[in-house]
Design a protein around this ligand. Structure first.
Ligand SMILES: Nc1ncnc2c1ncn2[C@@H]1O[C@H](COP(=O)(O)OP(=O)(O)OP(=O)(O)O)[C@@H](O)[C@H]1O
Ligand SMILES: [Mg+2]
Length: 233
């Protein structure tokens, strides 16, 4: 599903920051992988490369066998729209749209009618406990509520690949558990591949594998689940 080979990412010229060094990583269909590591170790950079929002300095990134560097901007956008659900650290909700419009947007972009998109969006908001917040804009929502809207938006089109940057990071443990259960349902039903950055042991335990980064390098890659996650952060 995801293949990274000898991927390096540097920012700036000369002695700039090397955010990722020689990363080689293969993630199979329907795998659930947690990415852990200290702040600045390259976790968000890794996700940005996998979803094609950023390009590696050297090396190859493939999603479903397709080399991202070989795609036009349009084709990359289409791939994201059709295959990848993304939940960012910063939510990336559109501030002028209501919660419902934000969640329905991926379906509208796929050509569904407003009525159909908003009906499914409304059901999804119910799933994440925001039935009574559909008409609120992001600035009228709490941080945790915004995060749940972002999650609803990422899940709504049942993407084969789901990328999360601390999807439960700003939530209380109860809501965080609900979100993990929601991800669990989706993953089982649609066999989505999940790649999720997390600092949370519970979220990591929900994955079948934990990849740990340190200073842009993979320092461990171990199976986990059933309480066996080795947390090194
Ligand atoms: N656009 C950029 N320009 C220059 N340096 C960058 C840029 N984006 C990230 N970096 C640097 O790359 C390194 C890796 O950043 P990244 O955001 O991937 O870390 P992270 O592991 O996600 O950290 P956190 O847990 O704090 O989110 C950091 O040292 C960061 O300062
Ligand atoms: Mg980050």
């Amino acid at each position: 599903m995801i293949q990274l080979r000898d991927v390096t990412k540097s920012y700036g010229a000369g002695e700039g920051v090397v955010a990722l060094k020689n990363i080689t990583l293969n993630i199979g269909p329907a795998e659930r992988v947690a990415v852990m590591g200290p702040s600045g170790s390259g976790k968000s950079t890794l996700l940005n490369l996998v979803c094609g929002l950023d390009e590696p300095t050297t090396g190859s990134v493939k999603v479903e066998g397709v080399e991202l560097a070989g795609l036009s901007d349009d084709a990359r956008t289409r791939l994201r729209r059709e295959k990848i659900g993304m939940i960012f650290q910063t939510f990336n909700l559109l501030s002028t749209l209501t919660a419902l419009e934000n969640v329905a947007l991926p379906l509208r972009l796929q050509g569904l009618s407003k009525k159909e998109a908003e009906s499914r969006g409304s059901a999804m908001l119910g799933h994440v406990g925001l039935k009574n917040r559909t008409e609120h804009r992001p600035d009228q929502l709490s941080g945790g509520e915004r995060q749940r809207v972002a999650i609803a938006r990422a899940l709504i089109f049942r993407p084969p690949l789901l990328l999360g940057d601390e999807p439960t990071g700003n939530l209380d443990s109860h809501t965080g558990d609900e979100i993990l259960r929601l991800l669990d349902d989706l993953q089982q039903e649609y066999q989505s591949t999940l790649l999720m950055v997390t600092h949370n042991v519970q979220a990591a335990n929900f994955c079948s594998r934990v990849v740990t980064l340190h200073d842009g390098e993979i320092v461990s890659d171990v199976p986990c689940g059933s309480g066996s996650a080795r947390v090194t952060t």
